[in-house]
Design a protein around this ligand. Structure first.
Ligand code: NAP
Length: 329
């Protein structure tokens, strides 16, 4: 496969290259793509040096697959140009996720929807992916009615500039700001931009994407998204009300038998998911599983995953692997 990585110099792009190498993705030619600022820079992949090219050049090279993580505007403008050239695009931005003509895919849940005609495929939001990985099997068993989620999201979710802001604050350097306020020793109830309804765009992604991924609009999701000064890994406090009652042992069993999900849940040994241990792992970790004692059929849990891996790069590459395995590309 001739593979273009669009946004190769970014936070997600770097992890994308690492995951492609780790999983021995069948790359015959790598095309690292970034903005004009980075054209000519060298990227090393599996011991070989590649020069970063611009988007125009990359399209003309007609890659088989393009993995996009260069922001929504770049995706809106360029994904269709790659698709027209015959490239299958898997896009990490929010540009196509809610477009009814595009599939929104978490491979463990709905990769079977993909066909050869899908030339632009959307990768869900990072905080959505880890949420639905845990919710999907429970929904199947007990039927969700309503989900209330509060996130604790790492600065790596905002990209290179935000990680630098936190590093600068720790080092006492007065540098460029990615956020309107300091992030060190702080918590910002503000992920992505505010919308007219008072929610942030990140909160609305969490509210809307799960229904599309699960092809089911009978449940609702209410979200509050908060940025905290962790370097990598998003955490989520999740309250789920089901139609049907459940047994906690059964919930743990279902989750532990779900591919890609790991249950870490033993209060006697202080065992629960944390971002520092989820770092650099592809699994979604679930713990603090307990009954909400204030209302029937309701569960509380804590979900953690590496936002740059399962939340972005790994999920994208799993989609590409599925396309190859099923001869859809
Ligand atoms: N971080 C996460 O956890 C996460 C998770 C899921 C999805 N995403 C999405 O992935 C995308 C990238 O996020 P990130 O965190 O990796 O951001 P980032 O660290 O800021 O990196 C952005 C990348 O896009 C490139 N780029 C920017 N403008 C471009 C343009 N006009 N033409 C070509 N390339 C351009 C940058 O190239 P230069 O280096 O040349 O500027 C860089 O490689 C965003 O759409 C984001 O919403 C991020």
């Amino acid at each position: 496969m001739k593979v273009a990585v669009v946004g190769a110099t970014g936070m997600v792009g770097e992890v994308m290259l690492k995951v492609l190498a780790e999983r021995n993705f069948p790359v015959t030619e790598l095309i690292p793509v970034a903005s004009e600022r980075s054209v000519g820079k060298t990227i090393t992949y599996k011991g070989t040096d590649y020069k970063v090219v611009g988007l125009e050049t990359a399209v003309s090279m007609r890659p088989d697959i393009a993995l996009f993580s260069a922001g929504g505007d770049t995706s809106v403008e360029w994904a269709p140009k790659f698709a027209e050239a015959g490239t299958t695009v898997v896009d990490n931005s929010s540009a196509w996720r809610m477009d009814p003509t595009k599939k929104l895919v978490v491979p463990e849940i709905n990769a079977n929807e993909l066909t050869k005609e899908d030339k632009i495929i959307a990768n869900p939001n990072c905080s959505t992916i880890q949420l639905v990985m845990a919710l999907a099997p429970l929904h199947k068993a007990f039927t969700m009615k309503r989900v209330v989620v509060s996130t604790y999201q790492s600065v790596s979710g905002t990209g290179v500039k935000a990680v630098k802001q936190l590093e600068n604050e720790i080092a006492g350097i007065d540098g460029e700001m990615a956020y309107p306020y300091p992030i060190g020793r702080n918590a910002l109830p503000h992920c992505d931009v505010f919308l007219e309804n008072g929610y942030t765009k990140e909160e609305m992604k969490l509210a809307q994407e799960p229904q599309k991924i699960l092809s089911d609009s009978t449940f609702s999701v209410s979200a509050t998204a908060v940025r905290i000064p962790t370097a990598g890994g998003h955490s989520e406090s999740v309250n789920v009300q089901f139609e049907n009652d459940f047994d906690l042992a059964e919930v743990r069993k279902i989750l532990s038998e779900t591919p890609g999900v790991v249950v870490q849940d033993n209060t006697a040994t202080n065992s629960y998911p944390m971002p520092i241990y989820a770092h650099d792992k592809d699994d979604v970790f679930v713990g603090r599983i307990r009954r909400d004692e204030t209302q029937p059929n309701t569960l509380n849990m804590w979900i953690v995953a590496d936002n740059l891996r399962k939340g972005a790069a790994t999920n994208t590459i799993q989609i590409a692997e599925y396309l190859i395995k099923n001869e859809l590309v």
